[in-house]
Ligand binder design. Structure first.
Ligand code: CAA
Length: 464
């Protein structure tokens, strides 16, 4: 029998600067950003679901964010460096075309633990837009399931800085952060099922060419790709889950009834809410409860009744809105998904780090509230543009709550300071501050980028 393998602990690193898009207490009140972009702040809060975007300071890149998350994870768990077999990084905003972020992170950690302390620890950088975290995790799981871990641990760290051009439609969906996972046998948080669903296609929904620091995106197309790929991955997962007997749905039940807490890739919270609605609709069709919903909101639009594809897509979008307002949907959404999305509402998109950061928020919130999740099955849905989705499931372990209460996630979101629009635009464009400042906020016991040489080599240090 395979040993239970999964996530033992999670550490999130959130930059301490944010730009306010909307005031959550007074959504109608204009913000500096909404006025500059001639937009309605309630579009940010209610239309896409983001109130604040995390912004890295001048001394932070994706390697620094990762090193800080991993350092916290190692310290909190008193992990000896010699027990780490691998430290793998998932990112789409790496700092070099050849040298992986994993190597720079290795160097930063050895500044703390001693030169050579990690020489037997392997590391690699995974890239597939936002979904590479799921690939990195799957590789560590396979390694442990194959019996090759020999009691050692693996760390997976997803790290990214989401950046779109100033004034572009993607701009209010930026953000940044890193999330580090301790992966081992007999984990305290989540034991992952050996059943992982995949859906992949070659798509042009979002990319970042080698010459650009910001992403190019076909926004509306990317939303459709996300939903289609997620449904495909979940179908693949469902087939395997049924075949392996992990889940059995009885009469009148859907597979999703057997999956409790869920986290999705969150480019912005409304997208994850839509993905969840899309899946419920998919899995509820044909069940008695779906007949009740049809009675309440009418029949689903049928493509052959519309002359133009755009008209059908509009009818579909309107129908989804009606479904998302039903109490059946709202009950499931509030119970299973909404708590995790608070991270993305407060911090924005962190690409590869977004799903596991929201999972961290979900678990911490449920633990603080005293929700009993032990033994319950949950699910994760990851999406990466280009495009691929992965769907997986896990069982919550008995000791999960004590571990999740120590994440300090909500505290980190509170321990931040707002920046002005001018400061944000300077940081975004990488320009010098007119008053000669080198950064916005003093580093606080963390790794920082010191300089980049004329040959593009990067130096880092721990700033005490
Ligand atoms: N009050 C409330 N809601 C409002 C509003 C107001 N005053 N004004 C507009 N809205 C609503 C709109 O009705 C719309 O809702 P629906 O989507 O439910 O119809 C929503 O706010 C967005 O408004 P727009 O339709 O005007 O869209 P936009 O031009 O602002 O673009 C976007 C939105 C396409 C998501 C854009 O932000 C974007 O391109 N983002 C980057 C790409 C992205 O995140 N894609 C997601 C899938 S790809 C992925 O997941 C990978 C990744 O991480 C990037």
């Amino acid at each position: 029998m395979r040993a239970a393998v999964g996530i033992d602990d999670i550490a999130v690193y959130i930059p301490r600067l944010y730009l306010e898009l909307a005031d959550e207490n007074r959504p109608e009140k204009p913000t500096e950003f909404s006025m500059a972009r001639k937009s309605d702040p309630s579009k940010y809060l209610h239309g896409i679901g983001i109130a604040k975007m995390s912004i890295p300071d001048t001394y932070q890149d994706s390697a620094v964010l990762a090193a800080n998350a991993i350092f916290e994870l190692i310290e909190r768990n008193n992990v000896h460096p010699s027990s780490l077999a691998r430290i793998d990084i998932a990112t789409e905003t790496g700092v070099d075309e050849s040298k992986p972020v994993a190597a720079y992170v290795h160097g930063m950690l050895e500044q703390k633990y001693g030169k050579g302390s990690l020489k037997r620890t392997s590391g690699v950088e995974y890239k597939f837009a936002c979904v590479s975290t799921a690939d990195a995790l799957e590789s560590s799981l396979d390694w442990a399931w194959a019996g090759r871990s020999n009691g050692k641990y693996s760390v997976i760290c997803a790290t990214d800085i989401a950046r779109y051009p100033l004034t572009s439609p993607g701009e209010p969906t930026q953000g940044a952060g890193a999330v580090a996972l301790l992966v081992k046998e007999d984990p305290r948080l989540l034991a992952i099922d050996p059943v992982i669903g995949t859906h992949m296609e070659d798509e042009d929904d979002f990319w970042r060419p080698l010459f650009s620091t910001t992403a190019v995106v076909h926004g509306k197309h990317s939303e459709r790709c996300y939903l289609r790929a997620m449904e495909g991955a979940v179908d693949d997962w469902a087939e395997q889950a049924i075949a392996s007997g992990i889940i059995r749905a009885g009469p009148g039940e859907s597979l999703v009834d057997h999956v409790g807490p869920m986290s999705f890739h969150v480019p912005y919270p409304k997208m994850a809410e839509k993905a969840f609605a899309y899946l419920l609709r998919h899995f509820w069709r044909g069940l008695p409860r779906w007949k009740q919903i049809l009675r309440e909101i009418g029949e689903e639009p049928k493509a052959d009744r519309y002359k133009k594809r755009e008209e059908f897509e509009k009818a579909e979008a309107d129908y989804m809105k009606l479904f998302m307002e039903t109490h059946q949907f709202q009950t499931e959404y509030l119970d299973k998904v909404a708590d995790g999305l608070v991270h993305a509402r407060e911090s924005g998109n962190s690409y590869s780090a977004s799903e596991k950061s929201c999972l961290s928020m979900l678990l911490e919130t449920k633990a603080m509230r005293g929700t009993d999740l032990a033994g319950k099955r949950g699910g994760s849905g990851n999406y990466g543009s280009g495009c691929k989705a992965k769907a997986s499931s896990w069982t919550v372990r008995e000791e999960w709550a004590a571990t999740a209460k120590k994440f300090g996630h909500a505290e980190k979101l509170h321990h931040r300071r707002p920046i002005s629009l001018a400061e944000y635009e300077i940081l975004h464009e990488g320009k010098p501050f007119p008053d000669g400042r080198k950064f916005v906020a003093e580093p606080e016991n963390e790794f920082v980028l010191v300089d980049v040489t004329s040959q593009g080599y990067r130096h880092y240090k721990f700033a005490d």
